[in-house]
Design a protein around this ligand. Sequence first.
Ligand SMILES: Nc1ncnc2c1ncn2[C@@H]1O[C@H](COP(=O)(O)OP(=O)(O)OP(=O)(O)O)[C@@H](O)[C@H]1O
Length: 247
Amino acid sequence: MVLSVQALDSGYRQTTVLKDINFEMKAGEIVGLIGLNGAGKSTLLKTILGLITPQKGQITIDGKSILDDHSQYAKHLAYIPETPVLYDELTLKDHLEMTALGYDIPMDEVMRRAEPLLKQFRLDKHLNWFPAYFSKGMKQKVMIICAFVTDADVLIIDEPFLGLDPLAMRHFTDLIRERAAAGSAILFTTHVLTIAESLCDYYLMLQAGELVATGDLESLQTQFNLPQADLETIYFAMTQTGGVASE
Ligand SMILES: Nc1ncnc2c1ncn2[C@@H]1O[C@H](COP(=O)(O)OP(=O)(O)OP(=O)(O)O)[C@@H](O)[C@H]1O
């Protein structure tokens, strides 16, 4: 099991947002974390990343928790946040260099891995540009490239498709599939359910901080008693019933 989340409660100061979250991810799995605004998706991703300390329960990657070795734990993870976070005073190449340092990968190896991605995302001529000159989508692409040049075996991606043009979106979904085929586990949130449906092996359906259903589409169809339904139909049913359909 690459990622294991057990009996997790998490949130902010006095507030508990996530209640009793349990799931596991194997190498090569693509998992969609699906739920309404405010359901707790980002809170879950940030807790896995170690940016929020769990109130209860435990998270392990390859059997180790963040408490065992913080820096080793962090090297197993790469994160693409919802809003690109770039340093104003660093160029695109500097950001790649920072990634190389952070993950202990030689810079020439990072550049070798980055080259096809830079070309694909049409940023190969912009290595010396500063973020101020990038569009929102270009900034998002920098975050994607920095995450995909690492050796991380768990990729955490928060609403990755907003701001990308259709061509970039296609390249990005291909990259996600390739990376999973190479053995990484990929957990992402999205409100774009058609893309989730085309990419995910299974789904975590989060409603008001609780996992109300998990499984692949077929299993969700059974749980919600909606044979043949697509993910969007199941999602609407979830928001109306607050969970799986009663018998
Ligand atoms: N820094 C914070 N301090 C206190 N409460 C917060 C904080 N960030 C989020 N929350 C609360 O936690 C709950 C879950 O928020 P979260 O951002 O995890 O939702 P989400 O599912 O990612 O939503 P969205 O789809 O809008 O991104 C919400 O009720 C929100 O108000």
